[in-house]
Design a protein around this ligand. Sequence first.
Ligand code: ADP
Ligand code: MG
Length: 433
Amino acid sequence: MLLEGRSLARRQRFEITQLGIARTFQNIRLFGEMTALENVMVGTDARHRTSVPGALFRMPRHYAEERAATEKSMALLEFVGIADRAADKARNLPYGYQRRLEIARALSTEPKLLCLDEPAAGFNPAEKDELVALIRKIREDGYTVLVIEHDMRVVMGVTDRIVVLEFGRKIADGEPEAIREDPAVVAAYLGVPTMALLELDGVAVHYGRIQALAGVSVSVEAGEIVALIGANGAGKTTTMRAVSGLRPLSEGRVVFDGEDITRLRADLRVRRGICQAPEGRGVFPGLTVLENLDMGAYTRKDRRSAAYRDDLDHVFELFPRLAERRDQAGGTLSGGEQQMVAIGRALMARPRVLLLDEPSMGLAPQIIQQIFRIISSINEQGTTVLLVEQNASQALALAHRAYVLETGRVVQHGTGRQLLDDPSVRNAYLGVA
Ligand SMILES: Nc1ncnc2c1ncn2[C@@H]1O[C@H](COP(=O)(O)OP(=O)(O)O)[C@@H](O)[C@H]1O
Ligand SMILES: [Mg+2]
């Protein structure tokens, strides 16, 4: 085992720290009776140059160093977000704070390599998200980080490269996207093969001689919000049409819930649970709100049932404005209200995946916020969402994962966060350098 070409074999633990490796432990190992600050200072001491006589005689240089070490330790507590409890004994800190304190202590040795052993152990999803943010921040600060973790969301959220071990053997090594799809990993890790709910595989679509999509591969897992972003004309709507069956493919295939639906008629796709709120909303102007919503349920045979009324109630709960306007003609609604009708109508078909094409288009910022919040709650209630948006920053903030389309091709994909932070995406789509 080598660090920068130097062997680590037969070295003492302190030597390894001095060479530049710091770690945290799966089971927290803090000095419980010491304060948070003192726990970090122990780490800075590992780097201290003050000689023992210097410390004994309290030379001025020693004080200066101690002050510097205190400041540095406080800065580290600040960095990991627990400076408010610096003076508390480690054993009195909440669990999440103790985990962060361990990381601060490890960083205090100024490691070249930071090793985190199951840092997310015992965390709830919100804490895991915070941890992911912290690890990213550490990385952005220039540290190299080795994470040992089994939580795939955490792993996918922070890594550039993944090595997969099984029973002491390496079974895969590569970039996260490749690992996620690696059959050996999937089989070993999950025991069962996973399948995307919706998958576009090498899809090409033509309008006459114009090729609108080429080799587009997109996968949407059950429970996700996946966003497609891209400039006007990039092929976003065409991708939606390929999914909903409104446009035939010239190459590739569409798989839904394990079934190849490439050649399935659009109305049969709706019956399978692929429901679209189309671009431009498509509200019938002469029909009332209620009649418009009912159109969404046209494939259903249970329109007199309690289930049907429940679904209608549910739509009115999501969109109270529509409840007030149930007898108003679609054509007289505002843009925001029409968008609500379009989404509500798609919901009436009981979607398993809801396709939303530019739901924010032409709406006032406040209404956009409201629509995005509703999309998020629809998703939390269990509906998978494929969202097309030109409003990239909001779409990326909302989506679990996203794909960037440029002139009919996928040019990037990643988690919403990754793309939000990506300089080229920021440049091209978020209007910031
Ligand atoms: N009905 C059509 N006939 C011919 N070309 C079309 C048609 N619809 C879209 N296109 C072309 O396909 C490309 C992708 O369009 P589209 O999918 O609507 O993009 P987006 O939704 O990203 O704005 C564009 O070049 C567009 O001009
Ligand atoms: Mg479009």
